[in-house]
Write a protein that binds this ligand. Sequence first.
Ligand SMILES: *Cc1c(COP(=O)(O)O)cnc(C)c1O
Length: 396
Amino acid sequence: MTLAHGREYLAIPGPSVMPDRVLQAMHRAAPNIYEGALADMVDAMIPDLKAVARTKHHAAIYICNGHGAWEAALTNVLSRGDRVLALCTGRFTHGWADVAVKLGAEVERLDFGNQGTVDHATFAEALAADKAHAIKAVLVAHVDTATSVRNDIKALRDILDKAGHPALLCVDCIASLACDTFEMDAWGVDVMISASQKGLMTPPGLGFVWFNDRADAAHARADMATLYWDWTPRSRPEFFYQYFGGTAPTHHLYGLREALTMIGEEGLENVWERHRRLAGAVWAAVAAWGQGGPLRFNVEDPALRTHAVTALSIGRENGKRLRNWLTENTGVTLGIGLGMYRRDDPEGDGFFRIGHMGHLNSHMVLGVLGSMEAGMTALGIDHGRGALEAAARACA
Ligand SMILES: *Cc1c(COP(=O)(O)O)cnc(C)c1O
């Protein structure tokens, strides 16, 4: 006997929960991929895709996951031998930088560890040291999904401007788009990438690159560009199939259309605010549990945390035990501690993550938190009292 039967909740930071409306929109026969309803739908969807990024500039859709979007962004603006500065606050900008190395860029990494944001003074020094403006692009994750650190992108733009440095500001918003507040144009972001399976609530399989005219000017000089990843026909197609370099990802597009409609109905500001409130409920519970046991935030300062996912440590082995217990006994699956470890925990088993991105509401979050309390009780993991009351108050 187990209490896990019933609707499952995958509380990992992507793929996120897919709304029934998105799944139902995808449940249909194959459409014509040359003209007609699908082509009209995609033409009409592009403005909504730009709106979710808060940009008036250009958007390109790729059939790929986030790793593909990394490659798409880089190949469109870089030439072999170009210098790239990667601002690493966890795992993901390292991953993007690895792609840049393999493509033939000369990559310099500033590593800010796993518990904090980009150090602004260090970034300013690196720019000041580059008097010849050899750095062509700065890579940074808005939110690092492994550490749950959120960087201040507007501040990074201000530092570039103050230094008078022309490098393109390239931002990975795979975890943050439609979760944390993000303003591509107002914050001066040149290139932004995301993927379908997190805040956009659509199955994994679509990657996106948004870019402005400055980035497009760099594109004209970039020798890494390849026919398949080239963003020009994808962002200004003469024929429908040029959007996708071949067969359209038909059913993903129907799913995405519905997800963007849902975001539009709720209002993007309300989507951001819902994520902020629900993250607050998670944090209230964690803070109370931590008063009487080993549970700790990976990022101490709430102002530096994303509203999309929370990385936690709970003592060696306990992360894995708790995750397994929840999956087996409650129907909730928590995220693994991705690439996280401390000296006393070489396997990273003490880390785990709660995904709270996309299609979720207070009953789902309170359910996850109640399940975690049950798990800690069943496993004999010490924890402070009043966590669920604090979370409920945060949702009130
Ligand atoms: C999920 C994620 C990725 C990787 O996306 P995939 O679809 O798994 O390739 C990259 N960057 C960030 C910030 C992410 O959250």
